[in-house]
Design a protein around this ligand. Sequence first.
Ligand code: ATP
Ligand code: MG
Length: 443
Amino acid sequence: MWQRLSFTTQLFLPLGASLLAALIMGGVLLHTFSGGQLAEENEPGRRSTRVIAAALNNTLHTSDNPRQTLDAFVHSLDTSSDIQFRSAEAGPAPSAKDDLRKPHGVPQWFIDLLTIPDLDAASPVMIDGKRVGDLIFLPDMSADLFEKWIGFLALTSLIAVLMVLTGTIAFVLARSALRPLQHLGEGLTRIRRGDYITPIPVCGPPEIRQSCEEANALAATLAQLSEDNRDLLHRLVSLQDDERRDLARELHDELGPLLFSIRAGTIALIETSPPAGNLGNSAQQVLQSVEALQQTNRRILDRLRPLYIEELGLETSVQTLLVNFRKQAPHIGLTATIDPGLNAIDGPLARTVYRVIQEALTNVLRHARASNAHVQAAVTGETLVVEISDDGDGFPEGNAFGRGLTGMHERVRALSGSLSLLRADERTYVRCRLPAGASMSPA
Ligand SMILES: Nc1ncnc2c1ncn2[C@@H]1O[C@H](COP(=O)(O)OP(=O)(O)OP(=O)(O)O)[C@@H](O)[C@H]1O
Ligand SMILES: [Mg+2]
């Protein structure tokens, strides 16, 4: 739960809780100690009241006219004084708590929070052994309350300011440490996606700077490895092509003429031998076998090396491939959109495009159980996009690459392209993107 909170919340929640705890603590302390403190502060007044009462009682005791003396004393008391005389007929003396004067600007909740002490400062005044009233001490506590309120305000403001200051400093510091971490995270994501070029900015505290430098070094190593890998694939694909070309040449230059001469000899034999004899039948069989062999040889040659790419151009070669596919698989409706601009492409890029289409169509025929297929090849800007789609069953679950898809992948990677196999809208897509710029020869 805590882990899911945002960093700012994680930072400010404890600070806010501390502020609240400090306020509650201040309230509890005020409530606990304010009573004792107020009593303590007014203790001298209480004591004075008792002393004055004792002195008054003595004076009244020795006076000839105590009632007159008492009246004179009461008269001398200022009405705003803390010490007041209250005659016995006026009822019980009010406590300081009941007589509290609320100071201006102090809220009631704050006064309720305080414990106002019961000062119990009534001293009886006696005339001839009879209690005629009390000398009571009724202090004005508004100044004390105001002082406490101001103290409370000052303390809470100080705590709040300190909290905000601490929070702001912590936030700024944490942000400045988090930003480089964020850069590092984004950089690592880029590296995972294969972008080794964009460097991670090296900033922040030394520990994070070191991690950024390490990640940049890792990206450089990966870039080097990726380039080496691409070079290797390039060489592998070129070697395969060279080998196929040599094999095709052997088949064409050696086997081709031999088959041709056997065929020519067999035709001559048929022409010279009697039509109904054993020899004639055998010669006919040899002729059929030789013709089958010639066809097989031509098919192998076609698969080994698309000889025509260089001579005819890529677009025309692809069209020938499509014509052969239609002949081979008349039950599959094949449509195509081939950019005529493809003829401007040659070299390994042209061979890759041809091989990708060839292998993908062979797969459609062998695995897809499709009724329709579509081939699309076009150059858009700097990218050559080749897409072969069919409405068949799609790739089986946990599909493993065979030689066909592996070869396609290797060829595409060797040219820094990308190959994706998708299933969308009940169709299977083999899509390949290749950088076209370098291989476009001027028309
Ligand atoms: N168009 C497609 N529709 C459905 N499945 C396909 C399609 N293309 C390929 N597959 C699946 O992918 C697998 C791998 O294809 P891949 O071309 O790599 O090997 P292969 O065709 O089985 O054998 P080969 O090595 O002779 O090409 C196939 O066995 C097939 O299951
Ligand atoms: Mg295949």
